[in-house]
Design a protein around this ligand. Structure first.
Ligand code: GLY
Length: 359
């Protein structure tokens, strides 16, 4: 299996990538001297498909509890965290616990939040099972739950003890979830200008997943580099939010009928329009850059959107400063601007244009 090292100042750790490597989790727990009191938070669908593998792998551990989680944005909340805290206490788990997250980004963020806060922090393992969590959210230490109408408003930075990415899980991943992962892959294309992301994204859209492991490793290596340089998102790490300020607000306005990765695609589209209105790119560049998100045009469809409500949600974004919405924009693939402010009229125009392509 391939190994990528992450050297953040708070905690160095390793990411393992391969196919059929899930059972290695046992050796890794031993090798890294993690606590053998396991609290395993596992996605309901993943558990249905891989019950035997998961149960048999952890069979030898005396102290284990499987918490089955239905991964929806609506369940990524304080109530669910409270349920888990209560269970941890009821089952006499203490700080000497290893929390294992087996699932996608929603589950991983929530489990990481529990691990970072229970007893002021337990040991923590990320086992991402969706493309989105494999290329993005399982690495970098962001934890979070939704609160009120704001996504990931409550959270911490807390790095895992290791990440194990087994591409076997992709074989049972529904198509719309694969699509979500491609949203973040499109983001990496704009951030790096590396055509590998674009060509592999095209291949995956055509059901050719031969390069998927390379795609995951490349995405993670890029993200790792960014996170090592700016773990707490003071500057550089903000580039990873391309398309997310628009995207998060669109997700909420659509009442989570579209998934995060799909909203990111629409968010990137709106960001390209805003880059154009702010004259970072010309009309010809805009049309050329729009080709990538438009590959998803027939795969994502949204209900009529309420632009004013989206704008209001954006005003509450936790990345804002001094009451101003901050955007990540594109000059060209690989040349990114952060913390860009814009007049409301241009934000609204960008939303209208971007959303109209997906209605
Ligand atoms: N998903 C963006 C970040 O981890 O910073």
């Amino acid at each position: 299996m391939k190994k990528i090292k992450v050297n953040t100042s708070s905690k160095p750790y390793e990411i393992f990538i391969g196919r059929n490597i899930f059972t290695n989790v046992i050796d890794l727990i031993n090798k890294k001297n993690l606590y053998e009191n396991l609290f395993i938070i596992v996605d309901k669908n993943v558990f249905i498909h891989h019950k035997n593998l998961i149960e048999n792998t952890f069979d030898n551990f005396k102290r284990k509890y499987f918490y089955i989680f239905t991964s929806t944005e609506k369940n990524k909340n304080l109530e669910e965290v409270k349920n888990i805290f209560n269970l941890l206490i009821k089952k006499s788990y203490g700080r000497d616990t290893t929390i294992v997250a087996i699932g996608g980004g929603i589950l991983g963020d929530l489990a990481a939040f529990v691990a970072s806060s229970f007893g002021r922090g337990t040991k923590f393992i990320q086992i991402p099972t969706t493309l989105l969590s494999m290329v993005d959210s399982s690495v970098g230490g962001k934890t979070g739950i939704n609160f009120g109408d704001t996504k990931n408003l409550i959270g911490t930075f807390f790095q895992p003890d290791f990440v194990l990415i087994d591409t076997l899980f992709l074989s049972t991943l529904p198509n719309d979830e694969l699509l979500c992962g491609l949203g973040e892959v499109a983001k990496y294309y704009f951030l790096t200008g590396d055509n590998f992301y674009k060509s592999t994204l095209n291949k995956v859209l055509n059901n050719n997943i031969n390069d998927i492991e390379k795609l995951i490793a490349k995405s993670i290596s890029f993200k790792t580099n960014v996170v090592e340089n700016d773990e707490r998102e003071i500057g550089l790490r903000k580039i990873l939010n391309l398309g997310h300020t628009f995207g998060h607000a669109i997700e909420i306005d659509q009442n989570h009928k579209i998934k995060h990765g799909q909203a990111v695609i629409i968010g990137i589209t709106c960001s390209l329009y805003l880059s154009f209105y702010l004259e970072l790119i010309n009309h010809k560049d805009l049309n050329s850059l729009l080709k990538l998100p438009l590959l998803f045009q027939n795969l994502i469809s949204i209900n009529n959107a309420n632009i004013e409500s989206i704008y209001k949600i954006m005003l509450r974004d936790k990345k804002n400063r001094n009451g101003k919405i901050k955007f990540v924009l594109v000059k060209e693939p690989g040349h990114i601007f952060i913390d860009v402010e814009a007049e409301k009229i241009l934000i609204v125009k960008s939303l209208e244009k971007g959303l109209s392509l997906f209605i």
